[in-house]
Design a protein around this ligand. Structure first.
Ligand code: PLP
Length: 460
C-alpha cells in the first residue's frame, strides 16, 4: 500500500478501507468469496504486462513462453479437477465465457456444416451473396434458457442482454407452487421451440439440477446442452454435486466463473467435449480481447487449491451451512423460495416482512450484513426493487463459520427485517426504496457480528 500511496494515496486509502470493510461485515453475497493470499498475490505480478493473443503455442505475439506455461497449467488442472476433455482458461469473466461458448457452438453447429455444404473452407472465400446467407443463418438460431426471475442469468437469453438479441430466445421457469424446475414442462417447451442451444444453470435457484434429465431433453430436440455452473462450480469441484448433479459428463459445453464458490480470481473458464474444443479455442481474438495472463496464472493456483481434500471439506461445509441458514430462517417464520436449499444459496422472500428487496438490502447493509436483492419468481416488485434477498454461504464458510454461527446470522437478519418499516414519500405515498430501521438495531447487529467475525479473522 505504501508503494501505491506514493503515486495515488486515495487508491491506497480505498484499498485499505475495502479490507477493513470486508473484515468487519457479514459477507453473504452468494457470488462472492475470499480468495487465498496465494491467488491474490499471483494476480499482482508482471504477467499483467504481457500480451498473448491466440492460444498456447499459437500466439500472435512473440515471447509468450511463460504465459504458455501458466495457461497450460490452468487448463490441465481444470481438466483433471472436473474430468473434462478440454478446458479454456482465457475468458475474462463469466459473461465473456458464455459469449465465447455461444459463438463456438454457432461455429460448430451452423457455420462449419454450412461452409462444408457450399464447398468453401475459408469464410473469406465466400461470395458476398453466400456471406449474407450465412450471416442470416447464424442470426436465425434458437436458444432456450432459464428465465431471470426463476433464477437464470441475464446471459441465458434475457431480451435486453446480447444473448436475447443474437438468438431467437425462449425461457423456461419454475413450477408456480413448488418453485422447482418442472422437467416435463421444460421438455414440452423444448419440443415446441426446438432450440439449437439448451442452457442450464442459474444465479439464484436454491436447488440442485438434474443434468442427466437436461441431457435427455437436449437429445430429444437435437440441442447442444450448455451448462453455466458459475455459481456452483465449487460444489462440483469439491465433489458435493456428483452423479446426475455434476454437469460435466452430460453437457457439451460447461462455462463457469472462477471467483464464486470456486474461490479463485475474478475470471471465466470453459470446459468442452473434444467436438467443441477447436472452436472454443479460437475464442481469442474472435470474441475475447488479449488474455489476462496474471489472472490465468491465478486460476492455475486456485484450481490447484480446489484439487485438495481440504477444498472438498470446504465445499461440503458450504452446502451444510446453507442448510443451517435456511433452517434458521424457517424456524423464525421466514418464507423461502422453494421452501429451503440444497446448494450454497438461500432466497428469502421479504414481502412477508412488508418490505421490498431494495428496502431489505439497504437496511441489512446499515447493520453490516452485505447481501443483494433479487427477484423471486413472478416478482410483483419487478427486477429493480424486487421481493427477495439472496444469501450465499461460500464467503463466510471460507472464514470458518459453522452451523451455530449461520443460525445466529439468520437470527440477526430476521431481527433487522422485523425492525425495518417501509418508508413514505413526501406526498404520503409508500416508496419501494425508502425505509426506517429502528434505533439501535444496526449497532446491536454489528456488535453481535463482530463477536463472530473476530473469532474468524480474515488474513490474520
Ligand atoms: N453466469 C452466472 C450464472 C452468473 O451468476 C454470473 C454472475 O453473476 C455470470 C455468469 C457472470 O459472471 P461475471 O460477472 O464474471 O461476468
Amino acid at each position: 500500500l505504501e508503494v501505491i500511496a506514493s503515486v495515488e494515496p486515495r487508491v491506497a486509502e480505498a484499498t485499505r478501507k475495502e479490507l477493513e470493510d470486508q473484515r468487519a461485515s457479514l459477507k453473504l453475497i452468494a457470488s462472492e468469496n475470499y480468495a487465498s493470499p496465494a491467488v491474490l498475490m499471483t494476480m499482482g505480478t508482471w504477467f499483467s504486462d504481457k500480451y498473448a493473443e491466440g492460444t498456447v503455442g499459437h500466439r500472435f505475439y512473440a515471447g509468450c513462453q511463460n504465459v504458455d506455461t501458466v495457461e497450460t497449467l490452468a487448463a490441465e488442472h481444470a481438466k483433471e479437477l472436473f474430468g473434462a476433455e478440454y478446458a479454456y482458461a482465457q475468458p475474462h469473466s463469466g459473461i465473456d465465457a458464455n459469449l465465447t461458448a455461444y459463438w463456438a457452438i454457432l461455429a460448430q453447429r451452423v457455420e462449419g456444416p454450412w461452409l462444408e455444404n457450399v464447398g468453401v473452407k475459408n469464410m473469406n472465400d465466400l461470395s458476398e451473396a453466400d456471406w449474407e446467407k450465412l450471416r442470416h443463418e447464424l442470426g436465425n438460431q434458437r436458444l432456450l434458457g432459464m428465465s431471470l426471475d426463476a433464477g437464470g442469468h441475464l446471459t441465458h437469453g434475457f431480451r435486453p442482454n446480447i444473448s436475447g438479441k443474437m438468438f431467437h430466445q425462449n425461457q423456461y421457469g419454475t413450477d408456480p407452487v413448488t418453485g422447482l424446475i418442472d422437467y416435463d414442462a421444460l421438455r414440452a417447451k423444448a419440443k415446441e421451440f426446438k432450440p439449437l442451444i439448451l442452457v442450464a444453470g442459474y444465479s439464484a435457484y436454491p436447488r440442485r439440477v438434474n443434468f442427466a434429465k437436461m441431457r435427455e431433453i437436449a437429445d430429444e430436440v437435437g440441442a447442444t446442452l450448455m451448462v453455466d455452473m458459475a455459481h456452483f462450480a465449487g460444489l462440483v469441484a469439491g465433489k458435493v454435486f456428483t452423479g446426475d448433479e455434476n454437469p460435466v459428463p452430460f453437457a457439451d459445453v460447461v462455462t463457469t466463473t472462477t471467483h464464486k464458490s470456486l474461490r479463485g480470481p475474478r475470471g471465466g473458464l470453459i470446459l468442452a467435449t473434444k467436438e467443441y474444443a477447436g472452436n472454443v479455442d479460437r475464442g481469442c481474438p474472435m470474441v475475447l480481447g488479449g488474455p489476462l495472463s496474471h489472472v490465468m496464472a491465478a486460476k492455475a493456483v486456485a484450481l490447484a487449491e480446489a484439487k485438495t481434500e481440504s477444498f472438498q471439506t470446504y465445499a461440503q461445509n458450504v452446502a451444510d451451512n446453507a442448510k443451517s441458514l435456511a433452517d434458521g430462517f424457517l424456524k423464525r417464520g421466514a418464507k423461502l423460495v422453494t421452501g429451503g436449499t440444497d446448494n450454497h444459496l438461500v432466497l428469502l422472500d421479504v414481502t412477508s416482512f412488508g418490505l421490498t428487496g431494495r428496502q431489505a438490502e439497504q437496511a441489512l447493509l446499515d447493520a453490516g450484513v452485505v447481501t443483494n436483492r433479487n427477484s423471486v419468481p413472478a416478482d410483483p416488485n419487478g427486477a429493480w426493487y424486487t421481493s427477495g434477498i439472496r444469501f450465499g454461504t461460500p464467503a463466510l464458510t471460507t472464514r470458518g463459520f459453522g452451523h451455530d454461527e449461520f443460525d445466529n446470522v439468520a437470527d440477526l437478519v430476521v431481527d433487522v427485517l422485523k425492525n425495518t418499516t417501509p418508508g413514505v414519500t413526501k406526498d404520503g405515498g409508500s416508496s419501494k426504496a425508502t425505509y426506517k430501521l429502528a434505533d439501535g438495531v444496526a449497532d446491536k447487529t454489528r456488535a453481535a457480528s463482530a463477536e463472530m467475525l473476530d473469532k474468524h479473522p480474515l488474513y490474520p
